[in-house]
Design a binder for this molecule. Structure first.
Ligand code: ASP
Length: 267
């Protein structure tokens, strides 16, 4: 969301939920809990809050549906799990964690991901659960704009500029020195049916390695995938001995900008 379109009430709501999320993660870490538990707990709160583009509040696809992506990574042994294009999993971050811990795989998509989540006892919802009026208005506006441009649908591009910086992410470091990172999103407004972004791609939208950092990204996913952004930040730290600040700055301000991609990372 652009800062200009923020009302004070908007801002207060965002801050209150972010604080609630932060506190949930912090309480776990303070009690000696794992970075992974903290990331999951903090992310679930943001997924459940309607103002973020993740879980409830996710943006709509060009077909006016909600398709969610999420991933989580454990920096201790480079374990990771992810789901892409799910429509009935209430908390995709929990599904990502289940993939990591309960399967030998890393990424499940669509119906396979949903079946896996449901088989593992996760809360499933009707796709209507993800509806919010704000996102609905957003997709209707986007659809009208596409029509006005008289572009055939096949050439439609996801909304590059409006309101896509509200994917959620979390990075945590626990008292045992373990790092975890997680990302959850509805993707980009007007994305094509079946499109999967960077958020569930390990190395693109999420990465964690105890030897370097935990990274979670937001922005125009295609660029983050092509430039393996999350991994690149970690790799620069490992191979070039850069600080996290330096590495993130180079990747976001130089690599991505040169390529024409916009976004940001937390680490
Ligand atoms: N990176 C996400 C995607 O491309 C969108 C976002 O971060 O808002 O799916």
């Amino acid at each position: 969301i652009d800062r200009d379109s923020f009302t004070p009430e908007h801002e207060r709501l965002y801050h209150a939920t972010l604080e609630q999320s932060l506190r949930a993660g912090h309480a776990i870490l303070k009690g000696g809990g794992s970075a992974l538990d903290a990331v999951e707990a903090a992310t679930v709160i943001m997924e459940d809050a309607p103002m973020f583009n993740a879980g409830k509040g996710a943006v709509f696809t060009a077909e006016a549906k909600n398709e969610l992506d999420a991933s989580i990574m454990d920096g201790r042994a480079l374990q990771a799990g992810a789901v892409g294009g799910v429509t009935t999993v209430k908390n995709p971050i929990r599904a990502a964690r289940a993939v990591m811990e309960q399967s030998p795989h890393v990424l499940f998509t669509n119906r396979g991901a949903e079946k896996f989540a449901s088989d593992n006892g996760l809360e499933m919802v009707d796709p209507k659960y993800f509806f919010t009026e704000r996102r609905w208005i957003q997709i209707q506006t986007w659809l009208k704009q596409q029509e006005a441009k008289a572009k055939p649908h096949a050439a439609a591009e996801p909304d590059r500029h409006a309101d896509y910086f509200s994917t959620v992410g979390c990075v945590a470091l626990d008292t045992k020195g373990n790092i975890a990172a997680g990302t959850s999103t509805g993707g980009m407004t007007g994305k094509r049916f079946g499109r999967i972004g960077d958020s569930p791609i390990i190395g693109a939208g999420t990465y964690a390695d105890n030897r370097t950092a935990g990274i979670s990204c937001t922005g125009h996913g295609e660029f983050f995938i092509r430039h393996a952004v999350a991994f690149d930040v970690s790799a620069r730290m490992k191979y070039a001995n850069e600080s996290i600040k330096q590495a993130a700055k180079t990747v976001v301000q130089e690599t991505l900008k040169k390529a024409g991609g916009r976004g940001g990372v937390i680490g």
